[in-house]
Design a binder for this molecule. Structure first.
Ligand SMILES: Nc1ncnc2c1ncn2[C@@H]1O[C@H](COP(=O)(O)OP(=O)(O)O)[C@@H](O)[C@H]1O
Ligand SMILES: [Mg+2]
Length: 303
């Protein structure tokens, strides 16, 4: 990101060359990521690419085996998710840890209830909680008529938005959304995407994890594609269009695997079936079409 005078703004959160191993499994290798305030950074990649491992490092669940972590320009090593949260790095998980039968405001304040009164007269200030919940949701553009309504009666998209509003209320500077649209239909995904934009508009650094380029592209400012634990591509929005992003995703694992399967199948039936030659041709043609083009070390070319 550049200011008008051409000096680069500094990232809110940054990791440099982080690696993570699970025994022999290299989950992440030399991954770097920069997250700016007021921007949506999309983290894309197929299953097993390393997305969850990376966010677990960002939010203090895992410690990296190598590399550095900087937040607001300071190098740090997080000791726990609570440590991350206290510094303003909040994560909204897919399974939201909400209690469906409890009201929206109770869920909003779960674990950090405001109290009124003193000593033995201290009690949970439910009026304040209900008001704050309604106000915070209104800032996200959601009209909660009745904060007493059980959270379970909200749609999936609305529940995600309660979680995002809660993170913002409790002082998050970075909010990490782990596949918030994965289990939602088109309309509900749209609801969540609106709140992603709202969070960005409030100046947060948003990290949006998804494997759907069609969800990422409209809201993202910056796209980082992981493949097999490495950064396969890192683009700002003006450097890539949605078709190229789709190609990077779809042209990856799935097609490659299909090509290998077809080749194996062609080998198996070689000689036995006249169709074998055709299969080999199909596999060959497809391998020419895989991905946007790779350089020698398996990274996508900048396009
Ligand atoms: N706790 C763990 N123990 C062993 N292997 C793991 C663990 N967590 C992740 N992995 C491996 O690391 C790789 C990346 O996984 P993950 O970060 O979950 O990918 P993604 O979220 O992109 O689907 C996978 O090969 C996965 O099997
Ligand atoms: Mg994952």
């Amino acid at each position: 990101m550049e200011d008008s005078d051409g000096t680069a703004a500094s990232p809110l959160l940054e990791v440099r060359n982080v690696s993570k191993y699970f025994g022999n499994v290299v989950a992440l290798k030399d991954v770097s990521l920069r997250v700016f305030a007021g921007e949506v950074t999309c983290l894309l990649g197929d299953n097993g690419a390393g997305k969850s491992t990376l966010i677990k490092i960002l939010c203090g669940v895992h410690t990296a085996d190598g590399g550095s972590y900087l937040f607001e320009g300071q190098e740090l090593s997080l000791t726990s998710p609570r440590d991350a949260l206290q510094r303003g790095i909040a994560t909204v998980y897919q399974d939201l840890a909400m209690i469906p039968l409890m009201s929206i405001w109770r869920n909003f304040f779960l674990g950090s209830e405001p109290t009124t009164g003193w000593g033995p007269f201290r009690r949970f200030d439910s009026k304040l909680a209900a008001r704050v919940t309604r106000d915070e949701m209104a800032r996200m553009g959601i009209d909660v008529r009745d904060p007493d309504q059980p959270v379970g009666t909200l749609s999936g998209g609305e529940r995600q938005s309660v979680a995002i509003a809660r993170a913002i209320h409790f002082g998050a500077k970075v909010v990490i959304l782990d596949e918030p649209t994965a289990s939602l239909g088109v309309k509900q995904a749209g609801v969540v995407l609106r709140y992603v934009v709202q969070a960005k508009a409030q100046g947060l650094g948003v990290i949006f994890i998804t494997h759907n380029p069609h969800h990422a592209y409209p809201v993202g400012d910056h796209f980082v594609v992981l493949r097999r634990g490495r950064v396969y591509g890192d683009y700002r929005k003006d450097e890539i269009d949605v078709e190229q992003l789709v190609q990077m995703m779809a042209g990856g694992e799935d097609l490659e695997q299909l090509v290998h399967e077809l080749e194996r199948l062609a080998d198996d039936v070689e000689g036995a079936q006249p169709a074998a030659g055709d299969l080999a041709d199909v596999a060959h043609t497809m391998s020419d079409e895989v991905g946007p083009g790779e350089d020698g070390d398996g990274h996508a070319r900048r396009v």
